[in-house]
Design a protein around this ligand. Structure first.
Ligand SMILES: [Zn+2]
Ligand SMILES: [Zn+2]
Length: 314
């Protein structure tokens, strides 16, 4: 769950129209429920023209889609290769799960040193996943049988949502949030702490692979300018401002901070697929078209934004 998230119902963002941009989505290659080609098709059908797939520690989805080209990618959809690194923020107090999530937008999917960093991250994910399966078994909520029925081979980077779905299928939890609250979330009986790189290492690795490092879904950013400035000094280039579930006041405060620190404003649905269809998630998202153009400029690929229509006026 994103840190510092407020219930946006009191002051929601009302999209003036369908967003043409979504810069934060997940697929079955990490902890999402839609296969990469299905997500791409559903995003295009919803009106998205620029899509970033940002699986956790994996570039498998963009690699597959870009290799297949027109066979799997809708003609009018530009795909931005991306990742999300759940960095372990040791020594930084008051963070959800002790983590800061860093998106790498526009990373080179064929960068070998970056892939080596991600491979180590994935090994740690696999070890954590296995340790949590053992804890679930020893605390009377086994999931081995349900996991066998899921297509684990499709997953390149394992995560807790997959365990949570298996817990729901096994009848040990009523929903994915319930599974997190009682079984696999922080300090719950089957919880195993994450091991992995820290925020400055994540930012450096993303930049070395040609990407824009973006601080994801951190609603507390305006209240913690010192922390954000330290990340900017480490090479942070963007701030996720137009996050689907942020309320209006949060979006405004983040936009102001991004402008002040000269960070690219980004945004997205963070779609995983547990609670709604892609179309439903997309309907709640508002990202001004100018955001897509400035992100594409920031990563040195302005032509990727060619399919976006001009900013609405008036
Ligand atoms: Zn995240
Ligand atoms: Zn995410």
């Amino acid at each position: 769950m994103p840190p510092g998230r407020r219930d946006p119902a009191a002051d929601p963002v009302i999209p003036p129209g369908p967003s043409q941009v979504d810069l934060h989505t997940h697929t079955t290659r990490s902890d999402g429920v839609l296969a990469p080609a299905v997500l791409a098709a559903e995003a295009a059908a919803a009106g998205v023209r620029l899509l970033a797939i940002a699986d956790h520690d994996s570039l498998a989805a963009p690699r597959e889609l870009l290799a297949a080209g027109a066979a799997l990618l809708p003609e009018d959809l530009a795909l931005l290769p991306a990742v999300e690194i759940n960095s372990v923020a040791r020594g930084i107090p008051d963070l959800a799960d002790g983590e800061l999530h860093i998106l790498g937008l526009g990373v080179d999917p064929d960068d070998e040193p970056f892939e080596a960093v991600l491979a180590i991250q994935r090994e740690r994910r696999r070890a954590r996943f296995t340790a949590m399966i053992e804890r679930l078994a020893s605390t009377g909520t086994p999931v081995e049988a349900e996991l066998e029925r899921l297509d684990l081979d499709a997953i390149e980077a394992y995560g807790r949502p997959t365990l949570a779905r298996a817990l729901v299928a096994a009848g040990h939890a009523s929903s994915v949030p319930d599974a997190f609250a009682r079984l696999v979330g922080r300090d719950a009986p089957a919880y195993v702490p994450r091991e992995g790189i820290g925020p400055t290492e994540a930012i450096a690795a993303i930049r070395a692979a040609g990407g824009l490092a973006v601080l994801a879904h951190f609603a507390a950013a305006p209240a913690r300018p010192g922390l954000v400035r330290a990340l900017v000094e480490a090479g942070l280039g963007g701030l996720e401002v137009y996050y689907r579930s942020f309320d209006r006041a949060t979006v405004e405060a983040l936009a102001e901070l991004a402008a002040e620190l000269r960070l690219a404003a980004t945004g997205g649905t963070d779609f995983h697929g547990d609670h709604e269809t892609y179309a439903q998630a997309h309907a709640a998202l508002w990202i001004p078209p100018g955001v897509g153009r400035s992100v594409c400029r920031a990563i040195g690929q302005p032509a990727l934004a060619d399919g976006l229509t001009a900013e609405r006026r008036g």
